[in-house]
Design a protein around this ligand. Structure first.
Ligand code: SF4
Ligand code: MG
Length: 283
């Protein structure tokens, strides 16, 4: 009997998967996202990054706000905090300041992060609080049924603007750079291997890490960030070469809206806790 002809039993397969550590960071809850949603690719990359970094589940917290991304901590087998709309960044910041020993992630969609909670980002960035922020950007409000968000393209028809969105979209990477984030990168839900590398780099950075993730909402966006469009447009640039230059990073942010990679990485700047400790020790 050839090896391939042998029957495969689910228990044996599961055992193999468990032994390889594939289920360690997954919770038992089945994701409730729409079939085909880009968020599956994001959490898959997150599990892979945690596995490769040997992240300790008991020392890790994922904080979310409201929206489809708000469910993320439910599907991850670490501590989690599902907080108010737009408030994942301040809750994660407070947690990190109170418990510097924890690895803290904040997640939010484009509406949650740049609309409702848009006022929090500049402060976490300028203070350089050591958290990793993952922005799930599908350019639409998914959970509330397809309204224009802060990153919806100008003139795109949505459920809130059927004749076209009259507002100019924000550029999240440019914003993060201007706010003073010390690590700014972009990943793509359709390339979990590359996205895993971006999440790992963001997690290892000491300071505020901003990771912009391009992802489709398959239910409410049929023309902008569809899988088809993203597949054609997303490309990886070797941006690391200019990653310590703000001028180059800003130029890339302006001219490469579909490029993945690390745009800016300031390895020398002290994180907020180090600054506080230094100031306190001087008095
Ligand atoms: Fe994903 Fe959109 Fe469905 Fe929300 S509504 S789960 S973002 S596909
Ligand atoms: Mg959204």
């Amino acid at each position: 009997m050839k090896e391939t002809d042998k029957p495969v039993y689910l228990d044996e397969k599961l055992d193999k998967v468990r032994k390889a550590g594939f289920l360690k960071y997954r919770s038992k809850d089945m994701p409730t996202w729409c079939p085909g949603c880009g968020y599956f690719g994001i959490v898959d990359a997150f599990y892979r990054a945690c596995r490769e970094l040997s992240v300790k589940r008991e020392n890790t917290v994922v904080v979310s706000g409201i929206g489809c991304s708000g469910r993320t901590p439910v599907f991850i087998n670490t501590y989690g905090f599902h907080t108010l709309h737009g408030r994942s960044v301040p809750v994660a910041s407070g947690l990190k300041l109170a418990r510097p020993d924890l690895t803290v992630f904040a997640v939010a969609g484009d509406g949650d992060a740049l609309g409702i909670g848009g006022g929090h980002l500049p402060h976490a960035a300028r203070k350089n609080i050591d958290i990793t922020f993952l922005l799930f950007d599908n350019s639409i409000y998914g959970l509330t049924k397809g309204q224009s968000s802060a990153t919806t393209p100008f003139e795109m028809a949505t459920n809130s603007h059927p004749f076209g969105n009259p507002d100019n979209p924000l550029n999240p990477v440019k914003l993060a750079l201007c706010y003073g984030a010390s690590f700014v990168a972009r990943g793509y839900a359709g390339d979990p291997e590359n996205l895993k590398d971006m999440i790992k780099a963001a997690t290892l950075h000491r300071g505020f890490s901003f990771l912009h993730i391009l992802t489709p909402c398959v239910t409410f966006d049929r023309e902008n960030k569809t899988w088809k469009n993203l597949k054609e447009k997303v490309h990886d640039l070797s941006l690391e070469s200019g990653a310590d230059s703000m001028e180059i990073a800003l130029d890339h942010a302006e001219n490469y809206p579909w490029a993945t990679g690390i745009f800016f990485h300031d390895k020398k700047r002290d994180d907020y806790r180090s600054v506080l400790d230094r100031l306190n020790s001087q008095n």
